[in-house]
Design a protein around this ligand. Sequence first.
Ligand code: TYM
Length: 383
Amino acid sequence: MNEYKDIINIYDVNIKEEKDYERLIKLFGVKEIDDVILNNLKYLTGDLHVLLRRKFFYAHRDFDLLLNKYIEGKRFFLYTGRAPSKGKMHIGHLIPFLLTKWFQEKFNVNVYIQIPDEEKYWEKKADNYEEIREYALEDAKTIASLGFDPDKTFIFIDSEYIKNMYKAAIYVAREINLNTAKSVFGFDDSSAIGLPFYIALQIVPTFFERSIPLIPCGIDQDPYFRLQRDIAEKFGYYKASTILSKFVWGLQGPYTKMSASDPKSAIFIDDDYDTIKYKIFKYAFSGGRSTLEEHRKYGGNPDIDVSYFWLSVLFEEDDNKLKEIREKYIMGELTTGELKEYTVNKIWEFLSKIQERRKNINIDKFMYDGKLAREMWEWEFRI
Ligand code: TYM
């Protein structure tokens, strides 16, 4: 059960090559998202989000089953989250929220967004808890700005909402042994004792409704929901279905980390045009040749190029345009500078809309007084 800990554990994600993603499928016991599932989904939604079309969300648990049940008339709800630390949200953190928003739009279902302000503090990734609380609210605003429906979306910060969650946490925390927690997450003797308990807190929102929770998230989050699936039915709730994504590379190159605490590695959601341009031109690893002559003669390699990678994951939705960029880059017709310029503009087009919406966001609707939020402040766990 321990074989994947060098790739993913509670503290870290160390994907080094594409094969690691295939390994995780086997080690976690999840399934690949194949064309059959995507076609079934497209039948219901009419089109597919670019993150699905390009298979950046590449694995799942029971998503096929969820779709079949939906067709038979069963309901589902969406749940995902973001753990604030000392650092802002970057474009990698957006990935699960973008897909969650798309699902809400297509299926008109409730969305629950957890902001666990204790998690990264207990992981010792930040030393100042008061600072994390400030980031928690900032992150909530950023997430709300993606366009979620304020009457069907509940964003909650754990330390504020704990009174409603605690009863469920009591039930859940009894069902998971320390031994299991250790073997699934890789705690060691120096781990804070809050961390194994936190597992219960991330599971609780899967019981907010008596229907199937669908959880879009990075594959690093799957272990929580593997444990959820062992206990949910005991309480009369549904096993969670997860839909799992790969990781966006950092600026430094293929499979490097995008880190919230290192501005050289990441584009943040609130970066302005000049900052994005500066970072991409200065830091984005390029698959181009070292001189223009060589580039024209031998061409560039899009498969190791961070700008091209980001376009292919998210920022260039037009498949034909992406293909054209790829071919021109390989042929040396498109230079590194031109590719970077194009990427900067695409990212800015994307982020400026979010930043604009964020200026006028009424976060209270999502957290306290929208329709779903009001209902949730009355919510109580029942078995
Ligand atoms: P956190 O804050 O580390 O990350 C938030 C979400 O973003 C995903 N993610 C990425 N996805 C693609 N590329 C990247 N470079 C990248 N970096 C992070 C993460 O997988 C995650 O989905 N424990 C959670 C918070 C949480 C949660 C949840 C997540 C609470 N409840 C329910 C998913 C579902 C955390 O630390 O996320």
